[in-house]
Design a protein around this ligand. Structure first.
Ligand SMILES: NC(=O)c1ccc[n+]([C@@H]2O[C@H](COP(=O)([O-])OP(=O)(O)OC[C@H]3O[C@@H](n4cnc5c(N)ncnc54)[C@H](OP(=O)(O)O)[C@@H]3O)[C@@H](O)[C@H]2O)c1
Length: 281
């Protein structure tokens, strides 16, 4: 970890092997941050270390396994000494789709565990370093939870697991934001619209999922998948999202919820009457 010591503020980013987490690590390193990025495989961590170089340190952990999160936390603690962590970005996530009736239970559990349990465990274990340990020096750190512009506020058909996990993250963040005021630790939600990342490959794989063919679900399910493809094609450049996340970490008085998107109408959807949305879907 010697190579990190000349750098400034330290940030932990979960789910750095690809997509949003990876680009955020790149942007943070280029801004001079000391970045701890988590991956689940040694191979990904070696690739990332090679690509990002000085200023980046990989942590190998599955966010759903407490002992692994604890080990990673201790490694960051060793680096920080009596200093505080600048920010924790709870980004790791998966996308599970399909009609509830045909969704493998394990897929539902993985969705909830990755987003909800994972965010809980990382938050719980990193909180002392973010400032609830009042012996540490420096300003209170910040927590940024990655939600979804629509998934965090609206339930879409065939996306029950995904939307449930994102709604849970929004509620978790709101409670936490109020709970942590006493320590001055701010909690921010960044809820993007579509960003082109490998998560969309999952969606394409679902297009070949025929488990519900021959049922009434099949046609509307395919329609939803095709409309998601349209969102993917109109994605916000990933670098722009990274800028928003960094701003949400750095600005003195952050918004409660940032909604970076290229499809501005998505910002309004959560305010539409539910019965109108029912008809739309
Ligand atoms: N892309 C979008 O359009 C979009 C829009 C709104 C919100 N989001 C949210 O943004 C976040 C990142 O998504 P992305 O689009 O960047 O997807 P991605 O490219 O698939 O990246 C997901 C990351 O999460 C990691 N991960 C998954 N399960 C994990 C676990 N149990 N423990 C630790 N890490 C785990 C993955 O690691 P492995 O490589 O080991 O699987 C990967 O690094 C997610 O929370 C997603 O819901 C994405």
């Amino acid at each position: 970890m010697e190579k990190l010591k000349s750098n400034g503020k330290a940030v932990v980013v979960t789910g750095s092997s690809s997509g949003i987490g990876k680009d955020l690590c790149r942007a943070l390193v280029s801004e001079g941050y000391t970045v701890f990025g988590t991956t689940r495989s040694k191979n990904d961590s070696a690739i990332l270390s090679e690509e990002l170089g000085v200023g980046f340190e990989p942590l190998i952990m599955d966010v759903t396994i407490e002992s692994q999160v604890l080990k990673a936390r201790n490694k960051v603690g060793e680096f920080l000494g009596d200093g505080k962590l600048f920010a924790l970005i709870n980004n790791a996530g998966v996308a599970t789709l399909g009609p509830v009736e045909f969704m493998p239970t394990a897929d539902f559990v993985a969705q909830m565990d990755t987003k909800v349990l994972g965010t809980f465990l990382c938050t719980k274990l990193f909180l002392p370093m973010l400032g609830t340990n009042t012996q540490l020096v420096g300003s209170p750190g910040r927590i940024v939870n990655i939600s979804s512009i629509l998934g965090g506020k609206i339930g879409s058909p065939f996306m029950s697991a995904y939307c449930a996990s994102k709604h849970a993250i929004e509620a978790f963040s709101e409670s936490l934001r109020r709970e942590l005021r006493v320590y001055g630790i701010k909690v921010v939600i960044v809820a993007p619209g579509s960003i082109s990342t490998p998560i969309w490959t999952t969606l394409r794989n679902h297009l070949n999922n025929t488990s519900c063919s021959g049922t009434e679900y099949y046609r509307p399910f395919k329609k939803v998948l095709h409309s998601l493809e349209r969102f993917d094609k109109n994605s916000l450049p990933i670098e722009e999202l990274s800028k928003v996340i960094i701003k949400s970490m750095e600005t003195k008085n952050p918004r409660i919820r940032y909604t970076p998107t290229k499809e501005y109408s998505q910002k309004l959807w959560p305010f539409f009457p539910k019965t109108l949305l029912d008809k739309f879907f």
